[in-house]
Design a protein around this ligand. Structure first.
Ligand code: SF4
Ligand code: SF4
Ligand code: SF4
Length: 179
């Protein structure tokens, strides 16, 4: 089940369409926007940006929370686990990630070069074959399991993130990229 925009609430601001990682929200400015269901991955990004209360419902029909810009989660790389496959770099719809030289490694590792552009969609995390090498965290360093208020949709069920319990903290050095 995809996310859903309540037509009577939508003000046509276009924010959700700009931030949707699969580009599946269609509409014209100041008119009603619509989610193209087959491409929705239930990431919750649209609802986390929508300025109207209870406008976007998740796959369970539950209104989702808006997230303050300063409180948004973003991707962080653990360079010791990165295998340099570059899958995350290719997957990121907003070009947040780059491969960089890293002291102590003979190969380049992934790096979130533009954390302010990160929408927290978790596509990078989902394509990464090395669990924990890239994770989406809240600004206080705790693991962001979901942007939404209810559970993940089928897109993420069975993905290899079950061991990353909510509450896992990353070293402070990895949080400096957003500061
Ligand atoms: S839940 Fe994600 S993929 Fe679906 S419409 Fe919203 S932003 Fe796009
Ligand atoms: S962010 Fe909300 S109000 Fe703005 S276009 Fe999308 S659904 Fe409509
Ligand atoms: S969560 Fe990952 S894939 Fe999504 S925007 Fe942020 S860095 Fe890119």
């Amino acid at each position: 089940m995809p996310h859903f925009i309540q037509p009577e609430k939508c003000i046509g601001c276009d924010l959700c369409a700009k931030k949707c990682p699969t580009n599946c929200i269609e509409g014209e400015s100041k008119k009603i926007y619509v989610i193209y269901a087959p491409l929705c991955i239930d990431c919750g990004v649209c609802a986390s940006y929508c300025p109207v209360d209870d406008c976007i419902l998740d796959q369970h029909g539950i209104p989702q929370r808006r997230i303050n810009p300063k409180a948004r989660p973003y991707a962080v790389v653990n360079e010791d686990l990165c295998t340099a496959c570059e899958l995350c770099v290719d997957a990121c719809p907003f070009n947040c990630l780059e491969m960089i030289e890293d002291e102590g490694h003979f190969f380049k590792v992934a790096f979130d070069a533009r954390p302010r552009d990160c929408v927290g969609c978790k596509l990078c995390e989902d394509v990464c074959v090395q669990k924990g090498a890239i994770t989406v965290v809240w600004p206080d360093g705790t693991y962001c399991e979901s942007l939404g208020v209810s559970t993940f949709g089928p897109f993420r069920e069975g993905k290899a993130i079950e061991d990353l319990e909510e509450g896992v903290r990353l070293p402070a050095s990895r949080m400096e990229v957003r500061a």
